[in-house]
Design a protein. Structure first.
Ligand SMILES: [Zn+2]
Length: 408
């Protein structure tokens, strides 16, 4: 059965759009058919469904079942009764003694909002003792006892944790409410079960972490422990040799320069990406690469950056306009759950940022990086219908303007 979206705004023109079989079948001034469902668009903009270029679906699902401690660790006391407590969004880095004082009797693990650090209390450390290795990722005190801080430890921690079914479908609903109809999951090194679960979702998911996939392959550089140049070079060269681009996580000046040096030697794949590019002293060096940025970090973490980022890096933090001016392709994204998922908040942040105002871009530029392709005959019916014309939405970006996403 076909559907007719009447009186919608497509690229500035008010038209009717017929959907059939998950595709756009016709665009023009169209007469409704007897058997078709008609939606009155009332002049609202019809956009391609938005694509978030960098997020983490499993972590988003897990965050839905977690205690948000972004406003302070005291929130852990409000956890539902039961076994493990999982906290997310912590602003501070604390050891097990601090957590023991808050929750002495249940295992607690708290994720720093950077995503790279887990902090466990003593009860939790006892539960996971058999997966703690001798690497520097397990911080230890002078007596050799774990302090509770575990760096980049997700994969090694998982076997020791209780299994819970992540609510991935709940995440997909959340995406649709915001107008997002496809995503790129940037989690590195997914196992077979994870690849199957994400590929089976009712939304197209590009997987940077699928070891056997053909999307750019996520390489996570550990910022406090960068790999030797030769190791990274060999890994990038091997990935390119399989015809696959790389997507390299770079949040420091050092990691970016290391990556650029490696790409200079091994050559660039046209789809190579830099994830975050948090500090870019010389935008011109990134020409030919795609930068996947997170404009909302600058607004939601601005105070932390002002305090923690060195004076030499601060003027180069999360560039956007400067990269575009240098001819670099830039796409905006959320990095949810570590940044706000809402693309309309991201667009607003790109336009209004206070930190580095010279890096502002207009709302239309930021939004267009979320739009895969155009609304045209043959394109997917994964669309995003707004309540208002596009100009109005760009003047005041807000998720409440999304009327409906996807008709597949
Ligand atoms: Zn990420």
């Amino acid at each position: 059965v076909s559907r007719l979206l009447r009186d919608v705004e497509v690229e500035g023109r008010r038209v009717d759009v017929r959907l059939d079989g998950g595709r756009i079948a016709e665009i023009g001034i169209l007469t409704p058919r007897a058997d078709e469902e008609v939606v009155d668009g009332r002049g609202g903009a019809l956009l391609p469904g938005l694509h978030d270029h960098h997020l983490h679906l499993f972590a988003m699902a897990a965050a839905r079942a977690s205690v948000d401690v972004g406003e302070g660790l005291g929130g852990l006391r409000n956890a539902e009764p039961g076994g493990w407590i999982r906290g997310v969004g912590a602003r501070e880095s604390v050891d097990r003694h601090v957590l023991d004082a808050l929750v002495p009797d249940r295992p607690v693990r708290v994720q720093h909002r950077s995503g790279g650090l887990w902090m466990l209390n003593s009860a939790a450390l006892r539960e996971v003792a058999h997966v703690l290795d001798d690497s520097s990722d397990v911080e230890r005190d002078e007596r050799g006892e774990p302090t509770g801080r575990l760096w980049r430890y997700d994969a090694r921690l998982r076997p020791a944790l209780p299994t819970t079914e992540p609510d991935l479908l709940g995440v997909v609903d959340e995406l649709h409410l915001l107008g997002i109809t496809s995503v790129t999951d940037a989690t590195p090194d997914l196992d077979g079960d994870a690849v199957r679960a994400l590929s089976g979702l009712p939304i197209p998911v590009t997987l940077l972490g699928d070891p056997g996939g053909d999307a750019p392959r996520k390489l996570l550089l550990r910022d406090h422990d960068l790999p030797p140049y030769d190791d990274l070079r060999d890994e990038v060269a091997a990935t390119h040799a399989r015809g696959r681009a790389v997507a390299v996580h770079c949040v420091t000046r050092e990691s970016l320069l290391l990556t650029l040096a490696v790409l200079d030697e091994v050559g660039r794949h046209p789809d190579d990406r830099i994830e975050h590019a948090a500090v870019v002293p010389v935008p011109e060096l990134l020409r030919g690469l795609t930068v996947v940025t997170q404009p909302a970090f600058v607004t939601t973490r601005g105070d932390d950056y002002r305090r923690d980022v060195g004076p030499h890096d601060l003027p180069h933090l999360y560039p956007y306009a400067g990269l575009l001016a240098a001819g670099v392709r830039v796409v905006a994204s959320s990095d949810a759950p570590y940044g706000p998922l809402d693309p309309w908040e991201v667009v607003r942040a790109a336009r209004d940022r206070e930190l580095g105002p010279h890096e502002r871009v207009d709302a239309g530029t930021a939004l267009s990086s979320y739009l895969p392709g155009r609304v045209q005959v043959g394109a997917s019916a994964r669309l995003c219908l707004l309540h208002v014309p596009l100009a109005e939405a760009l003047a005041d970006p807000d998720p409440g303007l999304v009327r409906r996403a996807t008709w597949t």
